[in-house]
Design a protein around this ligand. Structure first.
Ligand code: ADP
Length: 262
């Protein structure tokens, strides 16, 4: 169920630091990020362009090692296997154009070596969940951008990962499709109960989707603020015009140093 907290956090980052090194230079990308994330939370991560958001996701995904601090994922109740328990969604859907939609969704299942008959049934369920029932045997080029991104979300969930990392997943979509996908994403999150960390440039999206919001400072990233977003569920788009929603958006603008009027 969404929002359930175990005794210990599901994810615990403590003073995480990351330096990118080349032969001749060093670049401190992340200086100090600390946060605890409970199982089933949807954490939106915002911060200025180039501040280190993707770097933090890559550290969580195990693609980069932190140079300082600690990263712990999993707890006694929910153990975590980094090889199997992560699903990723990027700004581009990155579907293979020579595979049908369902065969794209099945790709991680093949890589992880899941029994394919059960995986195929699960892929159909997931395509239903993301609103792509009936598109199984179409090819990616027959799908709109929003539909391709839905397929990418289903693909990220095929191996039933405990953590889904999303890097600007709706950044390439037009504004209305993006809003539609925001609604869908809330529904998918609530129905699946997954822990999701979502990087976004959109403050509106961060507030609308997040059960919690992490605001990072300009590079090298530090945690500026981390707070729960206590807007009620189910959330609907007109909620974006409420005072309560506006107050959260203002809090993020202020913490990004964008609170002043011109
Ligand atoms: P964001 O996702 O917030 O836009 P990134 O995490 O992608 O930021 O990058 C943070 C900073 O680290 C940027 O200045 C970027 O240029 C730098 N950076 C990212 N990846 C590398 C890398 N592999 N080598 C060197 N510098 C990098």
């Amino acid at each position: 169920m969404a929002g359930v907290m175990g005794d210990e956090p599901f994810i615990s980052l403590r003073n995480v630091r990351k330096i990118y090194r080349t032969d001749t230079s060093e670049f401190l990308a992340v200086s100090d990020v600390t946060m605890d994330i409970g199982e089933g939370e949807m954490v939106s991560v915002v911060g200025p362009s180039g501040c280190g958001k993707t770097t933090v996701l890559k550290i969580l995904a195990g693609l980069h090692a932190a140079d300082g601090g600690s990263v712990k994922i999993g707890n006694a109740r929910t153990p975590f296997d980094p090889g199997r328990d992560i699903g990723m969604v990027f700004q581009q859907a990155l579907l293979l154009k020579w595979r049908t939609v369902i065969d794209n969704v099945l790709l991680p299942a093949e890589i992880v070596g899941l029994p394919m008959k059960a995986a195929r049934a699960r892929a159909r369920d997931l395509l239903n969940l993301v609103g792509l029932a009936g598109q199984e045997n179409n090819y990616p080029q027959q799908l709109s951008g929003g539909m391709q991104q839905r397929a990418a979300i289903a693909r990220a969930m095929i191996h039933n990962p405990k953590l889904i990392l999303m890097d600007e997943p709706f950044g390439a979509l037009d504004a209305l499709t993006r809003e539609q996908m925001n609604l869908e994403m809330l529904r998918i999150w609530r129905e699946s109960g997954k822990t999701i960390i979502l990087v976004t440039h959109s403050i509106q999206e961060a507030v609308f989707l997040g059960s919690h919001c992490a605001v990072l400072t300009a590079a090298p990233a530090r945690m500026a603020e981390y707070f729960p977003i206590l807007l009620p569920y189910p959330r609907a788009l007109p909620m974006k015009t409420t005072d309560e929603f506006g107050a959260y958006a203002r809090r993020i603008y202020a913490s990004l140093g964008l609170g002043a009027s011109g």
